[in-house]
Design a protein around this ligand. Sequence first.
Ligand code: ATP
Ligand code: MG
Length: 251
Amino acid sequence: MSGDGPELLEAEDLSKSFGGLRAVDRLSFAVVEGEILGLLGPNGSGKTTVFNLIAGALPADRGRVRFSGRDITREPPSFRTRLGIARTFQLVRPLPNLTALDNVLVARLYGRGRSTALRTARDESLDLLSLFGLSQKATTSAHALTLAERKRLEIARALAARPQLLLLDEPLGGLTTTEVSAALAQFRRIQAEGITLVIVEHNVHAVRSLCDRVIVLNSGRLIAEGRPAEVLSRSEVIEVYLGKASRAALQ
Ligand SMILES: Nc1ncnc2c1ncn2[C@@H]1O[C@H](COP(=O)(O)OP(=O)(O)OP(=O)(O)O)[C@@H](O)[C@H]1O
Ligand SMILES: [Mg+2]
């Protein structure tokens, strides 16, 4: 899956500056329905800002975002959530004083195709917790969960909104090898459900095994696009994305 199939999301000529800093610089790319797209680039290259522009957390200075063919550039985040865009945060931020169940329930009540009956929403939320191995933690406050549990809760929350497109911002950071394997299997299951994924991730092995296609940013600009193994072997990508010191990590 690399460029074929209908485009679910299109970013066209997107730019965002913070003061004099161009975080995203005339960026154009598409996300194909059903794929797992890796969004790569060194620290500070604009990846999280791209997610903020897609999810509507930040307004674009120029350019457009289209979702399912519809121009959503000026739409607020809540509207984008209802259209089917969900995201997780690099620094996980479930509502700390709510239980795991209530965190998912809130998302279930306000997302796309939201349940009107509280009881149905509660049952569906419990099912999601179970899917993420959190059944035993349903009544635990989010702040009392481990990092791995909070990361799983974030994804359960995002899925509770029944997205078509799920944006994952460094979902594997801080996880053990075993937890990473479990998370990758989970992402593949999410894809098999028909959900399109965009993933920001520094774990090269995970990117290689998971992503159908990757795009690489440097200073907010697109510098490469293609299959992960091929793109990650390009010398210009290795230079900017990993830096000379990390070259060995790719070999
Ligand atoms: N709200 C903000 N205000 C000011 N500068 C910002 C803001 N958000 C991001 N930046 C700056 O914009 C640039 C891109 O940041 P961004 O967080 O998008 O990068 P990133 O690729 O996600 O980096 P990382 O891999 O470290 O998460 C950085 O120089 C960052 O300091
Ligand atoms: Mg980031």
